[in-house]
Design a protein around this ligand. Structure first.
Ligand code: GYE
Length: 311
């Protein structure tokens, strides 16, 4: 009722707000960019951002959220490292009447535990990657190796699902091996080394699908170390569109990436501002766009353009 609106809307506009941000870590170039863009977006709006890096551990995220609640922040942003285990701590934020906004990953919990979630359609990202491979290989047999993201994270689950849906109708394309590289370059390289050894030095591998560009960049190094040409002997398709994948594309070492904007915080802060000012309930899921890039899309220009975007 009106009194509720009155209570919720006494808060000033975004300026003067204090927002806690529980960030997963900096496992990838994309996440480092998300962090710098979030800080820029807060600065632009006069928001005081309290930043906590969890070094990839959910228990550190939960601790950080409890700290934000104790400090009485106006709102909490969280990029949830995995999909499960959030009910308790988000229930505490709800009891404290502190709105929570999810960034770039989802959770398996009741939607009334968060104001909104700003993320890409990760199933679509996987199917855009799969569709590209289907179009590229035609009916040629193609054994694929897959580098999965962090086990139990929504991007890893959904990007696998989307890719498998896209190749399902094409019996000539199959995923021969699949393992997590935890979204990092070093793990991506290490897991790819294992795939190459297991697949006749890589001669049996037609394509590598990585759930993010950082693992793909690590895998590209492993392919070169094995004496093969990434982008030619083994096709390389991944997701994020970070500058370094465009550098690889320009060198003919990568073939396709699906863009993921690092600016999740802009839409998040806008939704928060409208909610605090006028009690406006945002869409539960604010979906960012996914666009395919290949070497036909001026990779050198894309590299330069993105270098300035906080990467
Ligand atoms: O693709 C990857 C990061 O959660 C969608 O997390 C995000 C993913 C992104 O490690 O680079």
């Amino acid at each position: 009722g009106a009194s509720m609106i009155a209570i919720c809307c006494t808060a000033a506009s975004a300026a003067g707000l204090t927002v806690g941000f529980s960030q997963i870590g900096s496992e990838s170039g994309w996440r480092a960019a998300e962090t710098s863009v979030t800080k820029q977006e807060a600065e632009k709006r006069g928001i005081t951002l309290k930043f906590a890096d969890a070094q990839q551990k959910q228990e550190n995220q939960i601790k950080a959220i409890r700290g934000f609640i104790a400090q009485g922040v106006n709102a909490i942003l969280v990029a949830p490292v995995v999909a499960t285990g959030w009910e308790q701590v988000l229930g505490e934020a709800k009891d404290a009447k502190i709105p929570v906004i999810l960034l770039d990953r989802g959770i398996d919990a009741s939607k009334d535990l968060y104001l909104t979630s700003v993320a890409s359609d990760q199933v679509k990202e996987g199917s855009v990657a799969g569709d590209w491979l289907v179009k590229t290989v035609g009916d040629k047999p193609c054994r694929v190796v897959e580098l999965q993201g962090t086990v139990g994270s929504t991007p890893a689950i959904n990007r696998k699902k989307g890719f498998e849906e896209a190749i399902a109708g094409h019996k000539n394309i199959s995923i021969a091996r699949s393992q997590t590289g935890d979204f990092t370059r070093s793990k991506g390289k290490e897991v790819m080394e294992g795939f190459l050894k297991a697949e006749n030095g890589g001669k049996n591998i037609c394509a590598m699908y990585a759930h993010n560009d950082d693992m793909a960049v690590g895998a590209i190094q492993a392919i070169k170390d094995a004496g093969l040409k990434p982008g030619k002997d083994i096709l390389v398709v991944s997701i994020d569109a970070v500058p370094d994948i465009f550098q690889a594309m320009a060198a003919g070492e990568a073939n396709a990436t699906v863009e993921l904007t690092p600016n999740m915080a802009g839409p998040a802060f806008d939704a928060l501002d409208a909610y605090l000012k006028s009690g406006k309930q945002p869409e539960k899921f604010i979906i960012t766009q996914s666009k395919l890039y290949t070497p036909a899309d001026d990779p050198k220009g894309e590299y330069e353009r993105r270098k300035g975007l906080g990467y």
